[in-house]
Design a protein around this ligand. Structure first.
Ligand code: NAP
Length: 245
């Protein structure tokens, strides 16, 4: 059974690199037209992936609702109505709670959580009208377990999981499915600065014995947006090599 997304239009936020970039590649290979939105590097990433299918790159800061709205208008003009939304853009601003400033808290909540609200609200209406939509929110195992030094990040990702379930219940009757993927430790720019000893210690907690790759996450996303998952909504798929079970 192969995944066929021919005729579908997808938007991936934070798609210029890392996990979002891998997701965009997989969606293109499955036949979707794919828009990549990012604060920088989106047109370049779209051009780089254009050999796999029709792409469009749009520059937008997802924490700015005005830019989010413009990006959706631009994508729908270029590629057509959005059928698949991947809320992937995310940041970390780590620090222990007692030293965490409002700026670290607010910026992480704005990018990781509020942006998913702004983006989803804009595309959900069209999906509901057309009686087909797939939304995947990229959360984190940290949203399930918490993590020292990541009160802001853990809160944003736990919030994203709650958001996923609430919206899944609201949109299910219109065949708009909303799920979350919770990656563990994935080898991207976000984790590249981990000191070697921390990396080794983490590896010891992963039964599959390696960090995940962006492709590992992209494959789970591809499954969730495909017809193979058309009876699945409101779920959190953990992609972490067995670290959290
Ligand atoms: P990444 O390599 O840092 O990529 C994230 C992308 O999002 C970057 O291109 C980044 O742009 C973009 N971005 C950041 N702020 C943005 C904003 N305000 N508006 C639009 N785009 C923005 O990170 P990643 O590891 O691929 O992470 C992707 C998602 O997976 C995130 O939601 C992250 O929380 C989640 N996740 C990652 C891991 C992991 O281990 N890597 C684990 C669990 C969950 P810049 O290049 O300018 O920063």
């Amino acid at each position: 059974m192969t995944v066929d997304l021919t005729g579908r239009v997808a938007l991936v936020t934070g798609g210029a690199r890392g996990i979002g970039h891998a997701i965009a590649g997989r969606l293109l290979e499955a036949g979707a037209h794919v828009a990549i939105s990012d604060v920088k590097g989106a047109p370049e990433a779209a051009a780089e992936l254009s050999g796999k299918g029709k792409t469009h790159g749009v520059t937008a800061n997802v924490s700015d609702p005005g830019q989010v709205e413009h990006s959706v208008i631009e994508v729908e003009k270029e590629l057509g109505p959005i059928d698949i939304l991947i809320n992937n853009a995310g940041i970390t601003r780590d620090g222990m709670l007692v030293r965490m400033g409002d700026q670290e808290w607010d910026s992480v909540l704005a990018v990781n959580l509020k942006a998913a609200f702004s983006m989803t609200k804009l595309v959900a209406r069209g999906m509901m009208k057309r009686r087909w939509g797939r939304i995947v929110n990229i959360a984190s195992v940290v949203g399930l377990t918490g993590n020292r030094g990541q009160a802001n990040y853990a809160a944003s990702k736990a919030g994203l999981i709650g958001f996923t379930k609430a919206v899944a219940k609201e949109l299910a009757s219109r065949n708009v499915l909303v799920n979350a993927v919770a990656p563990g430790f994935i080898d991207t720019a976000m984790t590249k600065d981990l000191p070697d000893n921390v990396r080794e210690a983490l590896m010891g907690q992963i039964p599959l014995g390696r960090l995940g790759s962006p492709e590992d996450v992209a494959k789970a996303v591809l499954f969730l947006v495909s017809d193979l998952a058309d009876y699945i909504t409101g779920q959190v798929v953990v992609v972490d090599g067995g670290m959290v079970m």
